[in-house]
Design a protein around this ligand. Structure first.
Ligand SMILES: *Cc1c(COP(=O)(O)O)cnc(C)c1O
Length: 419
């Protein structure tokens, strides 16, 4: 049985059907290599807090200003989470209540904008996030979205182009921070453009928060007016969101727009887990981990490039890489290779590449990230090994997947999960 199962003893006796599903998932996580760039394996301590009795309590409001009695310990927990978040990111204000990254963005939009205001962002097809203006999302429904694109040749941000677009559409808000961009973001350059057109700057560091917190990627402070993030990607905390700022005025609005603006009661068990995760991230070992995440991504990039795969933008400076499969074989699709790799126990997601001719459910690319496997302890040598497996899977048209599955299983037993 998987190592997490000892915490399910009650559930297993009462509801064996549900417990079996959870056991199977534990076994899947144990025995596969997680290369989805937005995922990670949290510590056992983070899981304990998430699974705690804090789930039983309503704590609408903020510490010292609750709408329910009995919140004295919840106040302590939320204050601890806020203080650690501020220390970690070097800022004056933190709201730890957003249930997820998208919710953090809803509150940030509501704090900075009126419905119908203009927003300038990178579209999802170029590596942006759906909460930055996709039509069916709240952002695309209630705001006037304008976009900037990646350079067609280099697949990099072109700050002259961003500036031209900002001068054209005069946005009230410019968003930077992405879901599939493998390079460093120049926050100061975004700030200069925002200043020139009189826009707010929001940095959504959902993917790179762990790199930022440990100084491995430059900080969006002091440049951004608002910083939003998830807590469960490189930051390695529980599933959740976080909003940061240095402006007292914006901070007040953010608090109002999280609650009562867009959420009800906070998930206090998750906020306790955020406090624990922020504490872990403040430890010097977290920087070592993040440095290894980037070193592993670079080693993996080298391995794939040597096998003839083309990487968008030519490589990576952070935790993720975007592979253009067409270079290897014009017929290959992201959907197909995702499924072959899944059979081999290498879990990834298909992802559109910039100017992808194929639709989002097919795609010509794959996105890989190293945060989760680095948490397990994989290093450069194992990254090379995984790149070799990917080559074998692709070269065999998927037929070697089941053989490789056993090799992946063996590797996984050498690198047990943290819980
Ligand atoms: C993942 C992500 C989010 C949203 O996070 P959820 O917790 O899934 O809502 C927001 N912005 C960016 C850039 C992301 O990558």
């Amino acid at each position: 049985m998987a190592t997490t199962t000892d915490s399910l003893s009650t559930l297993r006796s009462i509801d064996p059907k549900l417990a079996a599903m959870l056991d199977h998932e534990a076994e899947r996580q144990d025995s596969t290599l997680e290369f989805i760039a937005s995922e990670n394996h949290t510590s056992k301590a983070v899981m304990e807090a998430t699974g705690s009795w804090l789930t039983n309590k309503y704590a609408e409001g903020y510490p010292g200003k609750r709408y329910y009695g009995g919140c004295e310990f919840h106040d302590q927990v939320e204050d601890l989470a806020r203080d650690r978040a501020k220390e970690l990111f070097g800022c004056n204000f933190a709201n730890v209540q957003p249930h997820c990254g998208a919710n953090a963005n809803i509150a940030a939009f509501m704090a900075l904008l009126q419905p119908g205001d203009r927003v300038l962002s990178l579209p999802i097809a170029h590596g942006g996030h759906l909460s930055h203006g996709l039509k069916p999302n709240f952002s695309g429904t209630f705001f006037e979205i304008h976009d900037y694109m990646l350079d067609a040749e280099t697949e990099l941000l072109d700050m002259d182009h961003v500036r031209d677009r900002a001068l054209e559409c005069k946005p009230k808000l410019i968003i930077c921070g992405f879901s599939a961009y493998p390079r460093v973001i120049d926050f100061a350059a975004f700030r200069a453009i925002a200043d020139e057109v009189g826009a707010y700057l929001m940095a959504d560091i959902a993917h790179i928060a762990g790199l930022v917190a440990s100084g491995v990627h430059p900080s969006p402070f002091p440049h951004a007016d608002v910083v939003t993030t998830t807590t469960h990607k490189t930051l390695r905390g529980p599933r959740g969101g976080l909003i940061l700022s240095n402006s007292e005025d914006i901070a007040k609005k953010i608090d109002r727009k999280v609650f009562p603006g867009s959420q009800g009661g906070p998930l206090m068990h998750v906020i306790a887990a955020k406090a624990q995760a922020f504490g872990e991230a403040l430890d010097p070992s977290f920087r070592t981990y993040q440095e290894q995440v980037v070193a592993n991504a670079k080693a993996f990039a080298t391995g794939l490039t040597n096998h003839g795969f083309r990487l968008c933008s030519g490589g990576t400076d952070n935790h993720l890489l975007l592979v253009d499969l067409r270079n290897r074989d014009a017929e290959l699709t992201g959907a197909e290779v995702e499924s072959w790799l899944g059979e081999a126990g290498i879990v990834v997601n298909k992802n559109g590449i910039p100017n992808d001719p194929r639709p989002p459910m097919i795609t010509s690319g794959l996105r890989f990230g190293t945060p989760a496997t680095t948490t397990r302890g994989l290093r450069e040598a194992e990254m090379q090994q995984v790149a070799d497996w990917i080559e074998r899977v692709v070269a065999s048209g998927g037929s070697e997947a089941s053989t490789i599955r056993e090799e992946v299983r063996t590797l996984c037993t050498r690198f047990p999960l943290p819980h």
